[in-house]
Design a protein around this ligand. Structure first.
Ligand code: G4P
Length: 527
């Protein structure tokens, strides 16, 4: 198969949702329909979200499990599907944002009863920034929920989507009978509540089928016809280009738990979802069809075993082929690296792979060379754009409590930051280290891991910071010099040496914006 054919086969995507909407269940059902597993319940779900905030031993255990669910690949028809797992817990949201830089499209799962929830809004915003094509799956139709049209309205308003339903339910909750597939113009009636295996539906090709009428009744057919008319009148017709540009979001209805509508979703997804597309680097746009390999690291997973401080770096292949035992150029460190045992992921298994193609994710064993956002190439000096840091929500001073282990602590902090668990800011005034995280949970994780993996001990001290903003300014301007003088107590540098303003309140940030108009304050490190 040519490189181009391999590229066109691939669909690399992520499933995002507010916790509990059914992301894990849907992932598993896609594997089931793809034939990668035979029975639901086989893939351990990443249930970090359900553990109490203080239960970090559980987090550690789950971290181990989530290596195997970080990428789930399977073949469906003639396509190779790569699902990238995104943590549901909001404390790990930044991990999800970064994973979204490696997907070519996204499926958003929404709970039919709860509608659009907070975490969904945040994640969709990140997708929209990147114009990622999105399909919506409205889940849990076996339960009572909101009216389908009201929900479509809510999705349009809250997520700023332009939706087009590609399926529509017949009844909901107790009255749920089946789903009309607008995309394929057929109708599936579900007979029993078979959850773990598939094969519980009958498909009709026409609404005029006598048997269909005898099963669901004339009245429901009439209602469905009216609803389909309304859909035609109100929503734009599906247009693949608009979907691919991120301007139109197709919607499917179903129940992941009961297998309703999952196959319709999967079949349409492989037809319309994009294969790997060109990606911007700082210098130029890189086309997947280029023969020379390039890729970037979007996730680093630490090893559970404290005796082997070995990590797994996840590389998304952007162009060319990635071959085992071939030297590749690590751009940031300016050195060549060779990988004798690159991993691929198939269903929930990890295997050594000889050759991988654009869209694929390869796991590379790493002893500390990599950091999130690094680019690997066949020799070219280029860097891919687009793995930003976001302003953390929580900040604390980190202090060394064992002076004999200062070196270990510094190394540990540095490596954990490279993994992207948290961000380090060093205060300009006194060189003190401040850790910033998205959720409070990470502080415990960091403390625990520093001790168990690096033998270093630390404690934290409160510091009152509202937000970290990256400052952009003409460094020679008097305004900037003034700003530095007045705010010196609040200025720090991030790990890349970029200037950061750690503002102590919303008010003081607003004042800084007003008083220093020619300075720009950014909430992400990429501007
Ligand atoms: P998440 O990854 O988005 O957080 O959600 P997950 O799939 O873990 O699903 C959250 C809960 O919702 C689970 O129940 C799951 O069984 C249930 N669920 C998922 N899809 C459907 C559906 O279509 N209909 C109904 N009725 N429930 C659904 P749980 O009791 O929290 O967990 P579990 O013990 O069943 O795993």
């Amino acid at each position: 198969m040519s490189l181009e054919e391999e590229i066109k086969k691939r669909r690399t995507f992520g499933i995002i949702s507010h916790p509990d909407a059914g992301k894990t269940t849907l992932t598993e059902k896609l594997l089931l329909f793809g034939g990668a597993i035979n029975i639901a319940g086989a893939v351990k779900s990443n249930k970090i979200k359900k553990t109490a905030a203080s239960d970090f031993m559980e987090i550690e255990r789950q971290r181990g499990i989530s290596v195997s669910t970080s990428v789930l690949a399977f073949n469906y028809k003639d396509k190779k599907i790569n699902i990238l797992d995104t943590p549901g817990h909001k404390d790990f949201a930044e991990d999800t944002y970064r994973t979204l830089t490696a997907v070519d499209s996204v499926i958003v799962v929404i709970d039919v009863a709860k509608g659009v929830e907070e975490q969904t809004e945040k994640l969709v915003e990140v997708c929209r920034m990147r114009q990622i094509p999105i399909i919506v799956f409205i889940n849990k139709l076996d339960r009572e929920g909101k009216d389908a049209f009201d929900l479509l309205d809510e999705i349009e308003k809250k997520l700023a989507f332009s939706v087009t339903p590609l399926s529509f339910p017949i009844g909901i909750g107790h009255n749920f009978k089946g789903i009309y597939n607008i995309y394929k113009k057929n109708i599936n009636i579900y007979r029993n509540h078979q959850k773990q295996t598939i094969g519980n539906k009958i498909t009709f090709d026409s609404l005029h089928d006598q048997e269909l009428e005898s099963i669901i009744g004339k009245k429901d057919i009439e209602i469905l016809k009216e609803e389909l008319e309304l859909i035609k009148g109100v929503y734009p017709l599906f247009d693949k280009n608009s979907y691919l540009k991120g301007d139109l979001q197709p919607v499917f209805f179903g129940s992941a738990l009961n297998n309703y509508g999952v196959e319709d979703l999967l079949k349409c997804f492989v037809e319309i979802a994009p294969f790997p597309l060109p990606k911007h680097s700082e210098k130029r746009i890189v086309d997947p069809k280029e023969k020379k390999f390039s890729g970037f690291i979007f996730k680093i997973h630490a090893n559970m075993d404290p005796n082997h401080r070995n990590r797994l770096a996840f590389v998304k292949i952007v162009s060319g082929t990635f071959n085992r035992n071939t030297p590749y150029f690590h751009v940031r460190n300016n050195k060549n690296l060779k990988f004798s045992a690159p991993n691929t992921f198939f269903a929930e298994k990890k295997e050594i792979v000889d050759i991988s193609y654009p869209g694929d994710i390869v796991g590379l064993h790493d002893s500390g060379n990599f950091k999130i956002g690094d680019t690997l190439t066949s020799g070219e000096n280029l860097n891919f754009k687009g793995i930003p840091n976001f302003s953390p929500e929580h900040f604390r001073y980190i202090n060394n409590t064992n002076p004999m282990k200062a070196k270990q602590l510094a190394k540990g902090i540095s490596q954990l930051m490279d993994e992207g668990i948290a961000q380090l800011f060093i205060l300009n005034l006194n060189g003190r280290k401040v850790i910033g995280t998205v959720g409070a949970l990470q502080f415990e994780v960091i403390q625990y891991r520093l001790l168990h993996e690096y033998g270093a001990e630390c404690d934290y001290e409160n510091i009152n910071i509202y937000k970290a903003c990256w400052v952009e300014a003409d460094e020679e301007s008097s305004s900037f010099k003034n700003f530095r003088r007045i705010k010196q107590k609040y200025l720090a540098h991030d790990k890349e040496g970029k200037l950061v303003f750690l503002s102590d309140s919303e008010f003081s940030l607003k004042m800084a914006e007003t008083n220093f108009k020619d300075l720009q304050f950014h909430f992400t490190s990429e501007f």
